[in-house]
Design a protein around this ligand. Sequence first.
Ligand code: MRU
Ligand code: ZN
Length: 220
Amino acid sequence: MRIDRQVLSTNNSLKLDPRSDLIAAATQFYKQGWMVGTAGNLSARLPDGSFWITASGKSKGELQISDFIRVGNDGKILERSHSDLKPSAETEIHQVIYQLFLEAEACYHVHSIEANLVSRFVEGDNLPLPPLEMLKGLGIKAENPSCFIPIFANHLDVGKIATEICDRFYIYPPQIPALLLRDHGVTVWANSTETARNYIELVEYIFRYMVVACQVNIQY
Ligand SMILES: CSC[C@@H](O)[C@@H](O)C(=O)COP(=O)(O)O
Ligand SMILES: [Zn+2]
């Protein structure tokens, strides 16, 4: 019997290969203007702890199955379609997220204008979020919640960003599965590719609200 991987990938319990989910998410994010050009990177973890991640420098609006690299949890390349392909320049961030959050099965990073604007709303390293109903979708169940998204500096040395994420989250776990890189973009993680896609949409909605609230002078 021929097994159709594309069909299987629509069912979480039977999923063999998450790359088609990653391509679908990138296509959607590209259309929203959140993965313009080569911006952003997406990954999904496999049961053996390795993860498929977008190869560096690929146009995110037209990814192919061959545009992914399988990386071990130690960062070593395990599988790629061509020796010229390099893993995303931000692979170490995905790696540290998978090491810190054992339930994480997918990690998505996109660049939106709104994420960059709100990352400048505060000078400190925690950005207060408005108490929107949308926060429930990110796991915040309180009424009128006081919720923050952590902000990290955008170093040229991605390893330094990853170390700072590791050091800070080890002591202060974030309230929501998301972080902002100042003037760069947002990263979320979740227990499935579908949930990670929802989380990107929810955080981007919240950032959009914050930008518009600022324009119309609404306090929250
Ligand atoms: C448009 S350049 C953006 C890159 O510097 C980086 O931030 C990014 O998100 C994509 O890098 P990549 O190496 O393709 O995964
Ligand atoms: Zn980036």
